[in-house]
Design a protein around this ligand. Structure first.
Ligand SMILES: NC(=O)c1ccc[n+]([C@@H]2O[C@H](COP(=O)([O-])OP(=O)(O)OC[C@H]3O[C@@H](n4cnc5c(N)ncnc54)[C@H](O)[C@@H]3O)[C@@H](O)[C@H]2O)c1
Length: 385
């Protein structure tokens, strides 16, 4: 039984990351949050397991049909990046608030248009940057405001994950910069490690960024980047440098490092773990996160209540997406500097030494081409902001 005031919620895109949303709605309902799954939209059929998890809710291939049938209070959009704007707007125009996956759109122009169109509907839109719901963020910002590490010299970020060929084979848009002429911008910086950029900008508190220098590389046979870095200066004058890879020889859980004149703060944004290093002492704290769906439910019940990650707060991040979109195409890591790991179910491209490299980049606020990496020096893409 759901409470009478429980917010009916539909999920658009149930495969891939949508599976997490399906479980998250069920978790929230079980936890007593006034929200329940009321329908699913996907262009592909559900698996038996998804059907069992979903229960007896309507499933449609067209969002408009589901909106007609269900009249949801919340629509969760977890579909390919280039489909976000249209689906989010369709939901909002039908009177639903929206939880939209990141990145909100593939281009800055589409973002501005979506922001304008959504404003016209009066509906709320929360963007799925979970790390921005973490209490670690106000904690770190408080430390910085108190001068805990002195003057901020810059913010570095690094992450190294291992993704095999099945990651790129799972969907036609995976690893593409565009699909059938439509921008997709599915690179390491803009999709899997988008949280690193968004969290760095949120720590700084910047509402915009200046020109970004972007370097894109690829070790996989894909169009987009799987190994990349950027450096920019925010509107507040802070240097932010991010280096990431999906071709890791060793996994590095993504983190930010705020360099200060009297110490540094390392933020592992996924678990919300903060390590404050100053005066030869280290203090580690863990901070819980508010679930972004639960936060949106609270706003549905109390219209006008501020969201944790409203669409407007992601504009600076979208400027970075735009810089990546406009950067030169990724340079191939030469065969001599990559190998293929065939020990798993699917082959996996590996760039030996890349995990150390992204960490060194974050440490020195450096671009990969500024390190002693012959493949990066040879192939640095010219950058435009
Ligand atoms: N917040 C996070 O940590 C996180 C993690 C992974 C992915 N994501 C985001 O989630 C979104 C989905 O990513 P994914 O990797 O699961 O993609 P995917 O391609 O693997 O899955 C997308 C799903 O949407 C469905 N779909 C596609 N077009 C549709 C349409 N027009 N109407 C209805 N359904 C449609 C597909 O059939 C599929 O079920 C992306 O925006 C991605 O960036 C976020």
């Amino acid at each position: 039984m759901t409470a009478p005031s429980s917010v009916p919620t539909v999920l658009v895109g149930v495969h891939g990351h949508g599976r997490w949303h399906l479980e998250n709605v069920a978790r929230a309902t079980r936890a007593g949050v006034p929200v329940h799954l009321a329908g699913i939209c996907d262009t592909r059929p559900l698996t038996d397991q998804q059907r069992a998890l979903a229960g007896d809710v309507p499933v449609t291939a067209r969002l408009a049909d589901l909106l007609d049938a269900v009249r949801p209070g919340i629509t969760v959009v977890s579909t390919p990046i280039h489909t976000h704007a249209e689906l989010a707007l369709t939901a909002a125009a039908a009177g639903s608030d929206v939880l939209l996956e990141k990145p909100p759109t593939p281009t800055l122009a589409a973002f501005e248009q979506l922001a304008l169109d959504l404003a016209g509907t009066g509906r709320a839109c929360q963007v799925g940057f979970q790390s921005l719901g973490s209490r670690a963020l106000p904690y770190v910002r408080g430390l910085l405001a108190d001068g805990a590490i002195g003057e901020v010299l810059g913010i570095g970020a690094a992450g190294a994950w291992q993704r095999d060929a099945s990651y790129y084979a799972r969907a036609p848009w995976a690893g593409r910069r565009s699909l059938d002429g439509v921008p997709v911008v599915d690179g390491a910086l803009t999709n899997p490690f988008a949280h690193a950029i968004a969290t760095a900008l949120a720590v700084d508190g910047a509402d915009g960024v200046g020109e970004a220098r972007v370097e894109l590389y690829r070790a996989n046979p894909i169009e987009a980047d799987d190994t990349s870095c950027l450096r920019l200066v925010t509107a507040r004058g802070t240097t932010v440098a991010v280096a990431v890879t999906l071709c890791a020889d060793r996994e590095v859980e993504p983190y930010l490092v705020v360099h200060g004149t009297r110490g540094r703060i390392v933020l592992h944004y996924r678990p919300g773990r903060v390590r404050l290093e100053r005066g030869g002492r280290v203090e580690t704290t863990e901070h819980p996160a508010t679930d972004l769906l639960e936060d949106l439910v609270a706003t549905v019940r109390e219209p006008g209540r501020p969201l944790l990650v409203p669409l407007a707060a992601t504009r600076a991040f979208m400027q970075v997406v735009e810089a990546v979109r406009l950067a030169d195409e990724p340079a191939e890591v030469p065969p001599a500097h990559r190998r293929t790991d065939r020990s798993g179910a699917h082959p996996r491209a590996v760039v030996p030494g890349v995990a150390d490299a992204v960490e060194r980049a974050a440490d020195g606020l450096a671009l990969l081409s500024e390190l002693d990496l012959s493949w990066a020096r040879a192939g640095a893409a010219a950058a435009r902001g």
